[in-house]
Design a protein. Structure first.
Length: 91
């Protein structure tokens, strides 16, 4: 079953390779979507793909890479759209 999640990650999540490691994880899982830094210090991402793979990406965001300190994860479930061809890092 296809799923979509819109995720906001708070904590020490910028400047610690959070976007790169999340993109590597999403690509390994065959997900599409994007990830970007926000001006308020959070990271925002959209994951689309098979439901279990989207859940794996969310679990990765809950921890982040070793140098990250995640303090909050806000996940919004949305309707799958299929609008993305691949997973990218937005700047």
């Amino acid at each position: 079953m296809k799923a979509r999640a819109h995720v906001y990650v708070s904590g020490d999540v910028q400047g610690v390779f959070f976007r790169v490691r999340t993109a590597e994880t999403a690509n390994r899982l065959g997900l599409s979507g994007w990830i970007r830094n926000l001006y308020d210090g959070r990271v925002e991402a959209i994951f689309e793909g098979e439901e279990d793979k989207v859940e794996e990406a969310i679990e990765f965001c809950r921890r982040g890479p070793p140098s990250a300190q995640v303090t909050n994860l806000d996940v919004k479930r949305e309707e799958w759209t299929g609008q993305f061809q691949r997973f990218t890092i937005r700047y």
